[in-house]
Ligand binder design. Structure first.
Ligand SMILES: C[S@@+](CC[C@H](N)C(=O)[O-])C[C@H]1O[C@@H](n2cnc3c(N)ncnc32)[C@H](O)[C@@H]1O
Length: 304
């Protein structure tokens, strides 16, 4: 009640007293950290999250991410999978109401717009198989459905998958971490989408390294990122979402062997009243694959 009324210092004080009686209560340490953070007591927040880190074996509270976001620890490489899973399992029932209705979320429309534009430009009538990574409640799938013969959704959160399953949009739904799911596939999809998903994955390079082999030659990928204009390739925001640098993102696309068809910045949604600027990417795996053998034989661009 104190926190809801905005008196975070008093809430932190009360929570500290509760934790004297229940020192192993992980959720209590998490709340104490949040109350301290909101009252401007960053040192108190860090010390609470350090206690949390020791209790949070599975990482569901994201203690390491919270410490890293306050420059008090390394975020570690890759996605904080357990944290993301727990976050969206909790968020699933109100996801669409909060994101679309309250925060003006438009990423699926914007990515779909880029896909449609390239279908026209490249003369693509339909996609045989598309995979929507981090499909959530299916907002991206709804946009894609009419132009895809077989549409798959992959998501780490069972509760998000359950929400989307009710709508019957996808031909197949898989509960899985996306890099693991992609690593099990080879040249399968002619379209992949990830709307507001790689912002939970940190470094782009391992994600793209798993994604590209799972795309068919000539296949398209459309995704969004939160953008920042600093020097870093990627950094963790206090929101616990990653922001990617514009130059580093372009480099990662080149390193992954993708041909960039569209690369633009746009407002993705609002966060605490502030518009979040993002990067929208539409890229293509080159339609002609060079192999060592044919490259050596001809010295030129020969179809595999
Ligand atoms: C902000 S929601 C976006 C959902 C949907 N793409 C949309 O535009 O409405 C992010 C989704 O990505 C999923 N997600 C995040 N990281 C993931 C990962 N590494 N593997 C699989 N799913 C992931 C989350 O569970 C969540 O459902």
């Amino acid at each position: 009640m104190l926190a809801e009324g905005g008196d975070y210092a008093a809430a932190a004080d009360l929570m500290s007293q509760a934790l004297e009686n229940a020192p192993d209560w992980a959720a209590g340490w998490d709340l104490l950290g949040t109350f301290h953070e909101k009252s401007g007591e960053v040192a108190g927040a860090i010390s609470a999250w350090r206690r949390l880190e020791a209790l949070d074996d599975d990482g569901v509270f994201g203690a390491r991410l919270k410490l890293a976001a306050h420059n008090a620890g390394a975020a570690g490489e890759g996605t904080a999978v357990s944290y993301v899973e727990a976050l969206f399992d909790q968020y699933a029932p109100q996801f669409e109401r909060s994101l679309v209705d309250k925060l003006g979320y438009r990423v699926p429309e914007m990515l779909d717009g880029l896909v449609v534009e390239q279908m026209v430009a490249l003369g693509i009538e339909r996609f045989a198989k598309a995979i929507d990574l981090g499909c959530g409640t299916g907002l991206m799938g709804e946009k894609l459905r009419a132009k895809v013969d077989f549409l798959e959704g992959v998501d780490i959160s069972a509760a998000m998958i359950a929400e989307t399953a009710r709508k019957g949009i996808y031909d197949n739904l898989q509960k899985a971490e996306l890099v693991a799911a992609l690593n099990a596939r080879r040249a399968e999809a002619d379209l992949m989408t990830a709307a507001d998903v790689f912002i939970y994955c940190g470094d782009l390079q391992p994600v793209l390294a798993a994604l590209v082999p799972a795309l068919k030659p000539g296949g398209l990928v459309a995704f969004s990122l939160e953008a920042h204009d600093g020097e870093e390739a990627v950094f963790l925001r206090p929101s616990l979402r990653y922001a990617h640098g514009i130059a580093a993102t372009r480099d990662a696309l080149v390193v992954a062997g993708l041909e960039v068809l569209r690369f633009e910045t746009a407002t993705l949604r609002r966060d605490r009243g502030v518009p979040i600027t993002g990067i929208l990417v539409l890229a293509r795996k080159p339609p002609v694959e060079l192999t060592a053998a044919n490259d050596g034989a001809s010295g030129g661009n020969v179809a595999a």
